[in-house]
Write a protein that binds this ligand. Structure first.
Ligand code: TIU
Length: 223
């Protein structure tokens, strides 16, 4: 059954069968001290506010049987999938692959690469390991969504203007209706969070829609 999800610039019709929840990069490397986010010079505490809303919408999605996708940004231990131009940025002692308090920074299999325990994937949920900022680039996400006939993505996670935005732009170009849940996203730069959301819904929804977890949960339950 299709229901209207309250969103900007306009409400949109969603139904459970063709909607997926996509939680972007809620990893220790971005949310906890000592990880990649902090090595870039950021206050990682700014992202904590997104955890509760992500948990709430994840619980509703599980209850309703929505397809749930978790993503993780990271690289192979030999850095074979890490472009040198990406690795070379930042202080050498704090670059991707360097040792840190949560293991090697942004490397798959290290403690820092894991999704935070509050949002740990459940058995059967899709986990996409991605080397880039966007979740479609160099991953099987497109094929997985196509196989399930997914049309609408409820997108949340971190950070709003980097990996959430890149994924929404990629998804929008591929024909998905991307709805960003504002309170379940976060940025190290609060101003960028606001501007990033404004960019998505501007020009009649040039990249997608902006909504919030309360509206999404209500729609998921009603659909
Ligand atoms: N996941 C994600 O957004 N990766 C980043 O590097 N974000 C920053 O804001 N640095």
């Amino acid at each position: 059954m299709s229901v209207l999800l309250d969103a900007e610039p306009a409400p949109l019709a969603v139904d459970r069968a063709t909607t997926a929840l996509v939680i972007i990069d809620m990893q220790r490397d971005f949310l906890e001290p000592g990880g990649f986010g902090e090595t870039l010079g950021n206050d990682v505490g700014l992202l904590g506010a997104a955890i509760g809303p992500c948990r709430a919408v994840l619980a509703a999605a599980r209850e309703a049987g929505l397809l749930v996708v978790h993503t993780r940004e990271g690289h192979a231990p030999d850095l074979s999938d890490a472009p040198p131009a990406k690795v070379a940025r930042g202080a050498p002692s704090a670059r991707i692959g360097a040792p840190g308090p949560m293991g090697r920074i942004l490397i798959r299999g290290e403690p820092g690469h894991a999704i935070i325990p509050e949002l740990a994937p459940a058995p059967g949920e899709v986990v996409i390991d991605k080397p880039g900022k966007g979740a479609f680039y160099a991953t099987a996400l497109g094929e997985i969504l196509a196989a399930r006939r997914i049309a609408t993505l409820l997108v949340c996670g971190v950070t709003t203007e980097v990996c959430v935005h890149t994924t929404v732009r990629e998804g929008n170009d591929r024909g998905y209706r991307c709805v960003v849940l504002a309170d379940a996203c976060g940025s190290y730069v609060p101003h960028f969070h606001e501007v990033g959301l404004a960019m998505i819904k501007a020009q009649g929804g040039i990249f997608g829609w902006v909504s919030n977890t309360a509206a999404a949960i209500a729609a998921i339950r009603a659909a």
